[in-house]
Design a protein around this ligand. Structure first.
Ligand SMILES: Nc1ncnc2c1ncn2[C@@H]1O[C@H](COP(=O)(O)OP(=O)(O)OP(=O)(O)O)[C@@H](O)[C@H]1O
Length: 341
């Protein structure tokens, strides 16, 4: 659906040139939810704005649904943009218009007859779960409801692609989850391709099929979400994965336990997909003469299956522990000694 080829954007500023996007190659398939994650300044906003040509590339190409966006005339570009909806962190609603009139706005611009507009707006209001709120003004809505209006407006012209620019960053965790659920629902119902940018791994974990990690304008790592969770290669990716797998206090608590009680080795096990259901601890204590205490465990659901991490302390003879580690690896479960030799 979307192909970026050697896409670059350099801004000329009075302090010199800033390369916000640096020769990015990316392919996004139809129906996929594709997340781009990075810290502030990584170039995410510029990249997403290059997709609908709100920014003009310095070099490289953007192809969407077989259309080379660089080569379109102004008129063609306007049409192509109608096939791409966009939602924003701060909703960008028109405050003097009702919910229904906000959603109708792109239909008015297109010149759709009033009766048809009303029918379409009613459908959209239902799709995003805002029944009964069509006559309200944005100031009368919660943040989550405002974003629902933003989503309905973005979908008004039946786009092929929905671009989400930090769409949940201004929302609390519970509302974030309800908006993420809505995005998944829309993705499934309409087979809509969704590209989102975020700095929160939770968003990636909860709804994305694929993830790309961005740093200094470059895509430093990408792949299916579970693969990236299982074996993050770059340090930046490891930091992001930790956001959702390791509560901040884990390392501190484990260090204390280790120093105070001198408990054996501490292992971190990472289960991915079907592995998360294996009765691995039972198998270990049945097979080996070691004792195991579970220090902490967490399991999260991703679009490609469950992902879990488990911290255990293990006591026993050194050789046996090595055998246990080898046994765990044979079960295709990642294991790392986080404390102890
Ligand atoms: N219009 C512009 N003119 C000059 N520099 C720009 C412009 N837009 C972005 N930049 C620079 O490009 C780099 C990437 O910015 P960008 O906003 O794309 O990053 P980001 O990952 O989206 O971060 P944030 O979430 O903070 O917006 C930054 O160094 C920024 O200062």
């Amino acid at each position: 659906m979307i192909t970026l080829s050697k896409l670059a954007k350099t801004f000329q500023t009075k302090d010199g040139n800033v390369t916000a996007v640096d020769h990015v190659d990316l392919t996004i398939d139809k129906g996929e939810i594709f997340g781009i994650i990075g810290y502030s300044g990584a170039g995410k906003s510029t990249l997403i704005r290059l997709l609908n040509m709100l920014e003009t590339p310095s070099s490289g190409e953007v192809t969407i649904a077989d259309k080379n966006m660089n080569q379109l005339s102004k008129k063609e570009l306007r049409q192509a943009r109608q096939e791409m909806g966009m939602i924003f962190q701060h909703f960008n609603l028109l405050w003097s218009r009702t919910v229904a009139d906000n959603i109708a706005f792109p239909l008015e611009v297109k010149g759709m007859p009033k009766a048809e507009q009303k029918k379409r707006v009613d459908e959209l209001i239902k799709l995003v779960g805002l029944e009964g709120r069509g006559g309200s003004y944005p100031s009368q809505l919660s943040g989550g409801q405002k974003q629902r209006v933003g989503i309905a407006r973005a979908l008004a012209n039946d786009p092929k692609v929905l671009l989400c620019d930090e769409a949940t960053s201004a929302l609390d965790p519970k509302t974030t989850d309800s908006i993420l659920d809505l995005l998944v629902d829309i993705n499934q119902k309409l087979n809509l391709t969704i590209v989102l940018i975020t700095h929160e791994m939770h968003v990636i974990q909860k709804i994305c099929h694929q993830v790309a990690v961005m740093e200094n304008g470059l895509i430093v790592e990408q792949g299916p979400v579970l693969d990236v969770f299982k074996q993050p290669k770059e340090n930046m990716t490891k930091e992001f994965v930790k956001q959702v797998t390791e509560p901040e206090e884990t390392e501190e608590a484990i260090r204390h336990l280790f120093e105070k009680d001198g408990i054996g080795q501490i292992l971190q096990l990472t289960f991915v997909g079907g592995d998360a259901k294996k009765p691995l601890m039972t198998d270990i204590v049945r097979k080996f003469d070691v004792s195991i205490s579970i220090l902490q465990g967490k399991i999260s659901q991703t679009r490609n299956g469950p992902y879990g991490s488990l911290f255990v302390s293990i006591n026993g003879e050194r050789e046996l522990i090595d055998e246990v580690i080898a046994f765990i690896r044979e079960q295709q479960v990642e294991v790392e000694v986080v404390h102890g030799e």
